[in-house]
Ligand binder design. Structure first.
Ligand SMILES: C[S@@+](CC[C@H](N)C(=O)[O-])C[C@H]1O[C@@H](n2cnc3c(N)ncnc32)[C@H](O)[C@@H]1O
Length: 315
């Protein structure tokens, strides 16, 4: 006999039974309670948020309304659709793939398995680049800067820059994955900037038709052997977007080696990296641009997560 409390998994109904029970729910509050129980039993770290977001997606109601009116009815079709989505979430599929959208920089991006889901820490990279772009645009003695987002995925970085800074003449959006580029083009059209966001397929800086002033990149930077990658990430997001050889640094190294030929004099780079890669990235940046100024920025948890590299004017 053991004196330990019983495991929450003991006696838990299996997925088929939970699915049937949830599909039979006829009120919002009941459905939410069953879904939260299911997701918690499967180890979700955010069961209530996930359950509410998915039910809001199915019913078209806000999360606030779901919570305010738990007695409101759920149709059999809605309950069945909800049960199917919660089952996929219980199997670790990311919520943004289930709902097909994610907020980034206050904009709504379409998300699906063609590309990585944009992350909140990447907003800090965009904010830093926007400050530099606006500094340049505010100087009437300089021509308007041209930017390039390398490894654009679903286009979150390039499109945010184009939407939030209408004075930016064009942003190149490069990716080696045609699937990701197709999603980026859909997002650019949906957000009204298809004319100024130019998709280019190819390897890193190779497809750029002209040197640029600003290079941004959130490239793959996870070491292929990293055992800490969450199942929801490794199991669902494109491996082309996640992993890079050389302990996660090969893409950043190659981009920095190519950059001197593709950056205009006085240009700037903004590169995201992994929480333990600061020293290695600073060294790669020094090798590529020995006289440039470097600045490292941290994410909301305090980890160093991106580097700015500013070439001296004329350098
Ligand atoms: C970490 S994801 C970033 C996606 C998006 N920029 C974001 O921040 O949400 C990296 C992207 O780099 C692309 N990629 C991988 N290798 C590449 C290469 N050699 N040249 C260009 N893009 C590449 C992947 O297809 C993926 O879309």
């Amino acid at each position: 006999m053991t004196s330990e409390p019983p495991s929450p998994f003991q006696g838990a109904p299996d997925a088929a039974a939970r699915h049937a029970e949830l599909a039979a729910a006829r009120a919002l509050g009941e459905a939410l309670r069953l879904a939260v129980d299911w997701l918690r039993a499967e180890g979700s770290e955010t069961p209530a948020l996930d359950a509410q977001t998915l039910l809001a997606h199915v019913t078209g109601a806000t999360r606030a309304r779901l919570l305010a009116y738990p007695e409101r009815a759920l149709s059999p079709e809605q309950a069945e659709e909800y049960a199917s989505l919660v089952a996929r979430r219980a199997a670790r599929e990311p919520v943004a793939y289930l709902t097909g959208q994610r907020e980034f920089m206050g904009l709504t991006f379409r998300t699906d398995r063609r590309a990585l889901i944009p992350r909140p820490e990447t907003e800090l990279l965009v904010e830093a680049a926007l400050r530099e772009i606006r500094r340049r645009l505010d100087n009437p003695a300089r021509p308007a800067p041209i930017a390039a987002d390398i490894g654009t995925g679903g286009g979150a970085i390039a499109i945010s820059l184009a939407v939030l800074e209408p004075r930016l003449p064009r942003v190149y959006a490069v990716d080696i994955s045609p699937d990701a580029l197709a999603l980026a083009a859909e997002n650019a059209a949906a957000l009204g900037v298809a004319r100024r966001v130019i998709p280019l397929e190819g390897d890193l800086l190779a497809p750029l038709p002209e040197p640029v002033d600003i290079i941004l990149a959130n490239l793959p930077y996870i070491a292929p052997a990293d055992a800490h990658v969450a199942p929801s990430v490794h199991g669902y997001e494109p491996h082309l977007a996640l992993y890079s050889p050389e302990r996660g640094l090969a893409h950043i190294r190659r981009l920095l080696e190519q950059a001197p030929a593709k950056l205009r004099p006085g240009g700037s780079l903004f590169l995201e990296f992994g929480y333990d890669q600061r020293a290695a990235v600073e060294e790669l940046a020094r090798r590529a641009f020995p006289t440039a100024a470097q600045r490292v920025g941290a994410d909301y948890a305090g980890w160093d997560r991106y580097i700015e590299i500013h070439l001296a004017p004329g350098a």
